[in-house]
Design a protein around this ligand. Structure first.
Ligand code: C2E
Ligand code: CA
Ligand code: CA
Length: 522
């Protein structure tokens, strides 16, 4: 009830009651009752008594009515408070694990540590923020489905909570958790990070499967009053990303160099965005040589970017960033359309080979995008060859099959790139119909010193022959390698021995030169 009197309706009720009391006292003081009975007697003939009675009854009824309304109002207020609490809880908690979420964490940092905030007062003014991200969670989802993934997240949350104060564990979304540890020494932090990894990586039984995930941990100390807690959480994240880049189940404390790396990467990302918009990234062309005739049978388009200071950025670096930031589709379409136009100027038997990155294989529209660019350029589909790595095919084999079938049906050729470096080469060969396999340059570079590698090269060439698939050897740098691979029946060669990737005008000149040399020799 005291709560009610603090509300507006309660205050009004109190004022009205007080006013009534004052009027009543005034009535007694001024002998209003005597006056009233004299009035009733005086106007008895006109029904004054009935009128007064009616007023008294009306007053009593209004009083009862007010009491009922007040009870209603109280119920309404309670419902509202419960709804507010529910809304607050929903906004600040993760439904699946019931842990507080990022929003709760951000609100927490605003709260000044005071006597009622046990979490901060528990240990001095030093806390350590641990950022945990699961490794291989996507694979678990693929294996046991999303429901299984949910079970895993709930179990991981339970295990983390059982390590310390449950109130200090947050789920920031997806497979990301944040834990706040209070008053830890450097040694304790290191130990706790290890314990965290051990707890998360113990197998979890889901629908009869013993499922395992890894965990990457980054952590950073925060001293009260120095800065918002969120900043420390951000640096713990940076340390976690660095730990993740070193492989699963690593833990690292934040170091200043990690921040520099991120700043560098952010600036590269901005430059890349501009370069893609301005079409400053160009396809270069590396010749593919028919080892039986010595003729050029194709060019592999390789992306080249030199930034505004003239520094060449390696393709794996900028393609990696384009993949992560979703710029790969635009970059790919720009490059492919430029390459198709360049290829139109080559002799009709020269094929354009073009690389597809694994991320693109998740795009159901990939085949139609490629065919659209082809149609716009006028290059016949038979003159395009798409190079795909084994790893690109295992992400989502069902989508990959649809993409490859659509491209094949249109007449585009498909080459399996970096053959032998992925982890399901033979399975891929059994599954899809490839027009070519490209033996990875690491085999060509090492077969001379390593007998086992040599046997593998022989086996790969034999496999190509028996499946009636053409073979290309990458990374031919020496005449001895060329002689050896030609003797073993390799169909196509590529490497610095024939030429590095070159701009379009040089590629055109290269074709002419090669033709002249061949006709002079023939
Ligand atoms: P990749 O598809 O295996 O391309 C062959 C790489 O080997 C190229 O490196 C090429 O320059 C290099 N190479 C060719 N011959 C030799 C040789 O004789 N010796 C040595 N040591 N290397 C040789 P690059 O251009 O740096 O490209 C690296 C990777 O970046 C490519 O590997 C490919 O995965 C990717 N990449 C390049 N351009 C594109 C592109 O336009 N799209 C996509 N998705 N990926 C691309
Ligand atoms: Ca390639
Ligand atoms: Ca390759």
């Amino acid at each position: 009830m005291p709560g009610f009197f603090r509300s507006r309706a309660g205050r009004q009720c109190l004022s009205v009651m007080m006013l009534g009391g004052v009027l009543w006292l005034l009535g007694i003081l001024l002998e209003f009752g005597d006056g009233l009975s004299a009035f009733v007697q005086m106007f008895d003939d006109y029904g004054a008594e009935k009128l007064v009675l009616a007023f008294v009854i009306a007053g009593a009824m209004s009083f009862i009515y007010s009491i009922l309304r007040i009870a209603d109002l109280r119920r309404e207020m309670e419902l509202r408070a419960a709804a507010q609490f529910k809304a607050d809880w929903t906004a600040t908690h993760d439904h699946l694990t019931k842990l507080p979420n990022r929003y709760a964490f951000e609100r927490k940092k605003l709260a000044r540590p005071d006597a009622s905030d046990e979490e901060y007062n528990a240990a001095a003014r030093n806390v350590t923020v641990f950022s945990v991200d699961l490794d291989g969670f996507k694979k678990v989802n693929d294996l046991v489905g999303h429901k299984g993934g949910d079970i895993l997240l709930i179990e991981v949350a339970r295990r983390i909570c059982s390590l310390g104060n449950a109130d200090c564990v947050y789920r920031f979304g997806g497979d990301e958790f944040v834990i706040i540890g209070a008053g830890m020494t450097e040694e304790r932090e290191k130990h706790f990070a290890r314990v965290l990894i051990q707890a998360v990586t113990r197998p979890i039984s889901i629908e009869g499967f013993a499922v395992e995930v890894g965990a990457s941990v980054g952590y950073e100390r925060w001293t009260e009053g120095s800065e918002p807690l969120e900043n420390a959480a951000h640096r713990a994240d940076l340390a976690m990303y660095e730990a993740k880049s070193r492989g699963p189940n690593h833990a690292l404390a934040f170091e200043a160099s990690m921040q520099d790396k991120v700043a560098e990467r952010a600036s590269l990302e901005t430059k890349l965005r501009t370069a893609i918009q301005q079409k400053a990234i160009r396809p270069f062309y590396q010749p593919l040589i028919d080892l039986k005739t010595g003729d050029i049978c194709g060019f592999e388009a390789l992306a080249r970017w030199s930034d505004d200071t003239g520094v060449n950025i390696p393709p794996p670096v900028f393609i990696g960033i384009a993949e992560e930031t979703g710029m790969i589709t635009e970059l790919f379409e720009n490059l492919l359309s430029q390459a198709c136009r360049d290829a139109l100027g080559w002799h009709a038997h020269i094929v354009l080979s073009f690389n597809i990155s694994p991320v693109q294989m998740e795009d159901r529209l990939l085949a139609s995008r490629i065919l659209k660019v082809l149609a716009a350029s006028g290059l016949p589909p038979e003159r395009l060859e798409i190079e795909i790595t084994e790893n690109a095919l295992i992400q989502d084999p069902a989508i990959a099959a649809v993409i490859l079938d659509e491209l094949h049906a249109a007449g585009v050729q498909i080459a399996l790139d970096d053959f032998g470096t992925g982890y399901s080469s033979l399975a891929q060969l059994a599954r899809y119909r490839f027009d070519k396999i490209k033996i990875d340059k690491s085999f060509v570079a090492t077969y001379q010193e390593d007998e086992r590698q040599e046997k593998i090269v022989r086996a790969m060439l034999g496999l190509g022959h028996s499946l009636n698939i053409k073979t290309t050897a990458e990374g031919i740098e020496e005449h001895s390698q060329l002689g050896y691979l030609t003797r073993l029946g390799c169909d196509i060669g590529q490497g610095y021995l024939f030429g590095k990737a070159m701009p379009a005008d040089q590629a055109a000149a290269f074709i002419e030169e090669r033709m002249q040399t061949l006709s002079a020799a023939g």
